[in-house]
Design a protein around this ligand. Structure first.
Ligand code: SF4
Ligand code: SF4
Length: 354
């Protein structure tokens, strides 16, 4: 252990409140990807199969730069580095005054991406790795993906980029989560994001059949006790190494306040077919609250969609907490004898930070 690292108590964790001033733009510029991960949430039927042109990306970035005060942008895909003009989009976001610019990648870094951007225009490069070993990661993300991701991280760190690592916890990789602190330190990662296996895309359908794999998959999500016993302890170990650590606050005690980010925060999840959602759990359904359309002056314009849409769900007040969780995955909730829920499910965008 690094003796100079600060002592982190689990009680030093901070629930990151939804800041009404901060806006986040999650910009999926394409849906194509070179990998076929088991838990992928991309759903071409709902999100489109087109790659936005460089001009359209610039124009849509301008729309959100005007709508929000200094938003953060996270470029996503598919694999965003498959877009030959991603470097131009990164620069455009910086010129438009975005507070921070992040690219989420699977590590393949196509089109020599690292040679076309520099740490002064790109605040974070976030890599997805779902195992501490190639055996586990590659079973989830595909053969050779561990080696390529590690290679990408080392190249980015050597060039002075701030690197993050995203680990999506599932039944397939929970057994290696305790190996992650040492690996993160060895790779020179500066931020660690633990995610819970999604309720969207392949993982949502995993209990019966994956969308991208011909074999039936087992249920991938882990249960409440496993999450509470394992995840906060690993997060604390990582934080003790001086690495900023963020993980979702999945379960809320019954008396804890519940907030739906769709009502109190400004998050925009943009897809290449023009759909703009405020809740990631709604992305498998045509419930988007906005749509990018073309205005009479031929410029893009953000238009509210007709009701009923996701915003109607945000306003439902139920004892179980998150309405979408109750609709999509009711088995996540247990009830007491009198019929009241034992705990609430927090908003998937609510995080604990160490
Ligand atoms: S999870 Fe990411 S890297 Fe994996 S298939 Fe989906 S878009 Fe590609
Ligand atoms: S995950 Fe649940 S609580 Fe969060 S924005 Fe969506 S509906 Fe609201």
């Amino acid at each position: 252990m690094n003796l100079s690292a600060p002592k982190i108590s689990i009680d030093n964790r901070r629930t990151v409140a939804f800041a009404s001033q901060a806006s986040n733009v999650f910009f999926h510029i394409l849906t194509q990807c070179n990998l076929t991960c088991r838990h992928c949430y991309i759903n071409p039927e709902q999100h489109g199969q087109n790659m936005l042109s460089a001009d359209v990306i610039d124009a849509w970035l301008s729309v959100f730069a005007k709508k929000c005060h200094e938003p953060n942008v996270i470029f996503l895909g598919g694999e965003p580095t498959l877009h030959p003009h991603l470097h131009r989009a990164v620069r455009k976001a910086q010129q438009l005054g975005y507070r921070s610019v992040t690219v989420d990648t699977n590590g393949y870094l196509f089109h020599d991406f690292l040679t076309k951007v520099s740490p002064d225009v790109l605040n974070y490069l976030s890599f997805s790795l779902d195992g501490a070993t190639a055996l586990t990661n590659d079973a989830i993300r595909g053969t050779g993906s561990y080696e390529q991701c590690v290679k990408g991280i080392l190249a980015a760190v050597a060039k002075g980029f701030n690197t993050s690592l995203i680990y999506t916890v599932s039944r397939m990789n929970l057994h290696e989560i305790e190996l992650m602190p040492a690996l993160l330190k060895k790779l020179g990662i500066s931020r660690f994001f633990i995610q819970v296996i999604g309720l969207r895309g392949n993982s949502a359908s995993a209990s019966h059949h994956c969308q991208k794999h011909s074999d039936p998959c087992e249920r991938l999500s882990i249960d409440k006790n496993e999450w509470i016993e394992r995840i906060p302890a690993v997060a604390k170990q990582v934080a003790e190494l001086g690495i900023a650590t963020v993980y979702p606050k999945v379960y809320l005690d019954y008396e804890e306040p519940f907030y739906c980010a769709g009502k109190v925060a400004r998050n925009y999840f943009i897809f290449p077919n023009g759909r703009v959602y405020q809740c990631p759990l709604c992305e498998d359904f045509p419930l988007h609250s906005y749509m990018m359309n073309t205005g009479t002056d031929h410029h893009p314009v953000l238009t509210e969609t007709e009701r009923i849409n996701e915003s109607d769900l945000f306003n439902l007040d139920i004892p179980e907490g998150c309405v979408m969780n109750k609709l999509i995955q009711p088995e996540n909730i247990s009830y007491m004898e009198d019929g009241s829920p034992e705990y609430k499910i927090g908003c998937c965008l609510l995080k604990e930070e160490l």
